[in-house]
Design a protein around this ligand. Sequence first.
Ligand code: ATP
Ligand code: MG
Length: 453
Amino acid sequence: MIRKALTIAGSDSGGGAGIQADLKTFASLGVHGMSVITSITAQNTYEVRAVFDLPLHIIEAQFRAVVEDIGVDAAKTGMLSNADIVKLVSSLLKSYNIPTVVDPVMIAKSGAPLLRSDAVDAVIRYLIPVATVVTPNRFEAERIVGMEIKSVEDARKAAKYIVEELGAKAAIVKGGHIEGDKSIDILYYNGKFKEFEADRINTKATHGTGCSFSAAIAAELAKGKTIEDAVKTAKEFITTAIRYGLNIGRGHGPVNPVAWVMIPAEKYRVVENVARAVEILEENGELIAPLIPEVGMNIVMAIPKPYAQNIDDVAGVVGRIVRFGKKIKVVGNIAFGASRHMAKAVLKAMEFDERVRAAANIRFDERILEIAKLLGFTTSFYDRSQEPLEIKNLEGATIPWGIEQAVKRAGFVPDIVYHRGDWGKEPMINIFGFTATDVAEKIIRIAKLYNNK
Ligand SMILES: Nc1ncnc2c1ncn2[C@@H]1O[C@H](COP(=O)(O)OP(=O)(O)OP(=O)(O)O)[C@@H](O)[C@H]1O
Ligand SMILES: [Mg+2]
C-alpha cells in the first residue's frame, strides 16, 4: 500500500519552493503527495510579486476532501500567511490527529514576508503544540524563542525550548544560515540532542531548501519511520537536492529534489547502454580486434548534466577491452569510475555539447582517419607537442586540454578527435557519440571498411 503525505502550503509559481517543491519531494521519496493550497504567490527566483490568500472555507474544503476519502499518513505545513489560516489548519490537524511537520515559514528566500507578523503568536500558541516536528531556520527560531542564535550551542537551546516550553514533540533548528563550513541541524527529541551535518555547498540555488527538507521528513514519517530516521534521510535528501540545484533565473535558483531518483535512474540507463555497446563490440570481435590500441580500448558513457560532475559519474569497462588472438576480450565489469582517460574526455566534451555523453578510443592509423572521413564523420585533432608545460606537469590534465583544443578548432564536438602521439605516448583516435551504442556502431562502420582491404 502506498503511503500518503499531505502538504498544506503556498503555491510558488516559480516551481522552486512551496507546494511545487513538496510534491516533487513526496514523489521522489515514493509516497503519494496531496496538497492543500493556502495562498497563491506570484513568485520567481528573486521576488514575490503578489500574494493571494485563499478563503478559509476553500482551505478547509481541500483538507476535508482528501482526509475523508484518501487519508493522510503524515502532513507538513509551510506558508500559512495569516493568523486565521494558522488557527484553522491547527484545529484541523488536531481533530484528525495527523503526524505533522511544521515548517514555520516566515520569510521567502528573496526576503519577502510570507507570514504576517501578528500571526507568529498564533503559530506559537496553536500550531507548534500540535507539531510532531518543528523545523525553523535560524531567523524563525530567533523569532519563536526570542533569543539570538549565532552558534550550534544557541541552536540547541532554541530546539530544547520549542519542545519543553512550547509543546512540540520534536524540534530541529536548521543550520543553513548559521556560519561554518558545515551546515549543522540540531534535533531535540525525547530529552536528547542529535546533530545532522553536511559539508556546506557553495551555491546560489537554495530556493526551496526548507520546503523540501520538511516535506522529506513528512514523507519518511508517512512511511512509518522514527523521527530520527526521518530526519537522517531528509538530511541526505536535501544535501543531494542542493548539490544538484538548478541555476535558472537571475536570483536563487530552485533546489533539485528529483536528483534523489534521477541519479540512480540515469546510472541504470547508462549501465544498460554501455552493456549493450560492449555486446555489440563482442559480437563483432574479429572485425574490431585490428582497431584495439596497444593500451586497450575503453567505451564509456556519462549520466546527463547537471548530474555528471566527475569521473565517478561515467561508466566504463574495468580493465578495458583488449586484443585476444583474433578476437577481443572484455576484461572486467561495467562500473562507474572504471575509466579515467575516456571519462575525462567525455566530461570535457560535455562542457561544449551536453548531448555528447559517450566515447571510445581506437588505434591510430592514417587509413582509419581516411575511412572515417569517407563515411562522413567530422574530425578534429590536438598536438601533444604543443601542450603547455603547466598542463604537462598537472596530473591528468592532458586529455581535457587536448579535447578542448580539438573542439575549439572544429567549433563543435566532432565525431572523432585524434592525436599523433608524443614521446612514449601512443597516438590515438577518440570516437564520440550521444550514447555508447552510438559509438559502438560508428566503430563497426569504420571496422567494416578497414577490414575490407
Ligand atoms: N549551502 C548549504 N549547504 C549544505 N546544506 C545546506 C545549505 N544551505 C542549507 N542547507 C541545509 O538545508 C536545510 C534547510 O536549511 P535552511 O536553514 O536553508 O532552511 P530555510 O532557510 O528554511 O530554507 P528556505 O529559505 O528555502 O525556506 C538544512 O538541512 C540545512 O542544513
Ligand atoms: Mg524556510
